[in-house]
Design a binder for this molecule. Structure first.
Ligand SMILES: NC(=O)C1=CN([C@@H]2O[C@H](COP(=O)(O)OP(=O)(O)OC[C@H]3O[C@@H](n4cnc5c(N)ncnc54)[C@H](O)[C@@H]3O)[C@@H](O)[C@H]2O)C=CC1
Ligand SMILES: C[N+](C)(C)CC(=O)CC(=O)[O-]
Length: 501
């Protein structure tokens, strides 16, 4: 299992710093914060509330125990003992230099120092630094706790090693590090965003469109495409069967037509600024910023889930993050060395608000999900983990019987108690009991699992390590009273009007 970063420091806890704090903290890392803003604790607390809510909806794995959050009056106190330091103070070079000087004076020699800067180059950030090689750009995207991309930028090839170390740490928090080949103002993504932003400002200034109309042009159209394919793959398809070559032949000339005014920037007069703000108020002023954040988060989570289901783009990053969270949960359960003579408590879950059906109860497929995750936790417990499956061996569930016994509602903290009902060379029979925080049984499940050779696509005997682990559990588990419903089929209720023809 990959190690979680033990201590991070976040200097600046505003929009972006708050997101970094949440990402690290919810990944189990202790986070030390310095931000002189008088309301910093409240603001960060509100961001954290939204981030916890989002994380519970995003990932079905049991939550990682949160790291410890501490606030410090100065930078020295915050960075002491931190392995990774993230600077997210306002976008002013003089301020960033001041902050780096204070960080360098107190940080451990091996600590990595990332900057959230949207536009400055590492060579600019490093001016006047004592150990410039430790400072690099780690440019994230809002909300940092949900959007996986982080652009990593150094000054040249000599920075490969430090960027690799940073990439490794940030990938373990569920991010997608993109190493930029060469430093350039505003990296990659902000150059692209800036082009769209600049053009949009012209459209508002020239009264061609309102902020609402521009946003509609994005969200009902090309914005939907960009979350899943980006620009080049999208345009390749737009070239039809002849692909990118045909696309360029057809639309290349348009680049010389006056479609854009990209090289100019409209002067940001008081009048233009007030016009944009008024249109934005009319468009979105009915929601608070925190409400808008929650709407945004829920939409992003839906998109990420769809991408995960399709094994595509940012969905792959989410899948890896979730697998890691499950592996950590299984390791924690195994480490707790459950009593083999009692039902094994190997899996926990919390019922998210979006797990409910139209009756306000946990919807049916979520029961199977929780029981399936508990089965995986049991399999991990007996040694059937990702390494085992990589050998082309796994188990398939061949039969399931779920009983729904209570009305499981939103927010319920579920624990699954697992009993081994028996095993032979190829099969494992399991019973799960799902209880809520008060110990009330919500549902039970019985499963028959078949050990398979996934390449050959047929059942095969388990090897010695697995059968030995099962045999070690057998004395304690077989002594437990068998549930009275075990092995029971669904009762036949007959046909009151007689057998149908
Ligand atoms: N807002 C955005 O969409 C994005 C911003 N960034 C970058 O992140 C950085 C921060 O931007 P935001 O979070 O948007 O700004 P912000 O204004 O929301 O937050 C900045 C925070 O830094 C604190 N601060 C000021 N002086 C400080 C000091 N000496 N030590 C510690 N904290 C200090 C402020 O109190 C404030 O809470 C900038 O470099 C920006 O370019 C990067 C990606 C996206
Ligand atoms: C507007 N911005 C330049 C600060 C935006 C970013 O840096 C990234 C983002 O989250 O859009």
């Amino acid at each position: 299992m990959t190690r979680t970063l033990s201590r991070a420091a976040c200097i600046g806890g505003g929009v972006i710093g708050g997101g970094w704090i949440a990402r690290f903290l919810l990944d189990g890392t202790d986070v030390a914060v310095h931000d002189p803003h008088p309301d910093a604790r409240r603001i960060i607390g509100e961001v954290l509330d939204n981030a916890r809510r989002a994380r519970a909806r995003l990932i079905s794995a049991p939550p990682v125990p949160e790291g410890r959050l501490s606030f410090h009056d100065d930078i020295a106190g915050a960075v002491e003992g931190a392995e990774y330091i993230q600077e997210s103070v306002p976008e002013r070079l003089d301020l960033k230099h001041e902050v780096f000087a204070a960080i360098e004076a107190a940080a451990a020699p091996g600590a990595l120092i990332g900057s959230s800067t949207s536009g400055f180059k590492p060579s600019e950030l490093r001016e006047g630094a004592t150990h410039p090689e430790r400072i690099f750009v780690a440019h994230p995207f809002n909300p940092v706790y949900l959007v996986p991309l982080v652009e990593l930028v150094g000054s040249g090839p000599q920075d490969e090693a430090i960027l690799d170390r940073a990439a490794d740490i940030l990938a373990r928090t569920g991010m997608h590090p993109l190493k930029i080949r060469r430093e350039i103002d505003a990296h990659i993504a902000d150059r692209l965003l800036e082009a769209v932003w600049r053009e949009s400002l012209w459209l508002v200034k020239d009264d061609i469109a309102t902020t609402q109309e521009i946003d509609d042009a994005i969200r009902f159209g090309f914005g939907l495409r960009w979350a899943q394919m980006g620009l080049f793959e999208t345009y390749r398809i737009a070239g039809g069967e002849a692909g990118m070559k045909h696309f360029i032949d057809q639309f290349g000339p348009a680049l010389k037509w006056p479609w854009t005014k990209l090289m100019d920037v409209p002067e940001m007069t008081e009048e233009l600024s007030a016009k944009i703000a008024a249109q934005s108020d009319a468009q979105s002023g009915q929601h608070t910023i925190r409400e808008l954040e929650r709407i945004r988060d829920d939409n992003l989570i839906g998109i990420l889930h769809a991408l995960r289901a399709n094994g595509w783009g940012a969905g792959e990053t989410l899948r890896a993050m979730e697998e890691r969270a499950f592996a950590q949960a299984h390791a924690r359960a195994a480490h707790a060395a459950p009593d083999p003579a009692a039902p094994l408590e190997l899996h926990r879950a919390k019922v998210g608000g979006d797990w409910l059906d139209y009756n306000g109860h946990m919807t049916e497929f979520r029961y199977l999900q929780v029981f399936g995750d508990a089965t995986d936790a049991f399999l991990g417990h007996i040694g059937m983990d990702a390494d085992y499956r990589a050998q082309g061996l796994s188990v398939y569930t061949v039969e399931t019987h779920i009983r729904h016994l209570a009305e499981t509602g939103a927010g319920a903290n579920l624990t699954v108690r697992t009993t081994l009902l028996g095993f032979d060379a190829k099969r494992i029979r399991l019973h799960h009991e799902m209880v809520d925080g008060a110990g009330t049984v919500q549902a039970t499940a019985e499963h028959m699992l078949m050990h398979v050779d996934t390449q050959a696509g047929r059942a095969c005997p388990m090897g010695a390590p697995l059968t030995e682990r099962l045999a070690a559990l057998a004395p304690g588990q077989s002594a437990l009273p068998a549930p009275d419903h075990a092995g029971r089929p669904i009762r036949d209720i007959g046909w009151p009007l007689g057998e149908p023809a």
